[in-house]
Design a protein. Sequence first.
Length: 292
Amino acid sequence: MQDVYLNSEQAAGYLGIKERKLYDLVAAGRIPATKATGKWLFPRAALDRWLEAGLFTPPGFEPKTPPLIIAGSQDPLLDWAARRSGTGLALLAEGSEAGLRHLERQEAALAAIHLHRIDGNVEPANVAAVKASPHLFDVVLIGFADREQGLLSREPVGGFDDALSRNLVFGLRQAGAGAQLLFDKLCVKAGREKESISTAATVYTTGEDLAFAIHAGQADCGIATRAVAIKAGLHFLPLVWEAFDLAIRRRTYFEPALQAFFAFLRSDEFHAQARALGGYRTDDTGRIKLNR
């Protein structure tokens, strides 16, 4: 990952100027910088904004508009809302961290994320992940819904530790998926190395793929949402409530299709569907959690 703060040598190299010129700009108050540590540091994201503020745009130039894609985590309520809203939004379900990478490269209009931190930091993991990216300096994080995550299984399971003690076969998700990060966190809490746990040979891209695998006998259990368990007719043992959020660049937020989508999330129909699917709380739907 690139450094969030650059020292004077790095900043001069990043801007392609001499260090002396950099200090002249600092002395004149013409460049973003901080001296909180006793030495001048230059936030990379602030330098990017500073450069963009002086950008010369020739006639006919238009900033890149990302495609109408929601990248990141798969979710039944989100899938339904994208279709029902009639906004033309497509879905690319590759996991939360992959969604943020697509957003960074402007390959998607939205990133749907639900992240978990091993260290248990009190700051919400979704907010922390957006703040940690120097490329997402212009991103707004908006609440979609809180979701109940838990253990899916064909037969009742007493808990995560019970599943481990019975040597049940876990179906895993891809690295960077929110459910996989939660699994990793639970393994640490249980004091178990992942290599010591019985797992299916296949990695499952979505919660619904995992549910089908459990039905087919490829795995005994795995982590997904209550909504997925209900749809698949599987047993569900609740583990945590998590924030499921949408990250979007500020400029993209004002595109007509995105405005229509967020208006739909405020509708009675959306909240009724969340209740019908089960395992959702929509009190925070539409709330701005971060504005960078």
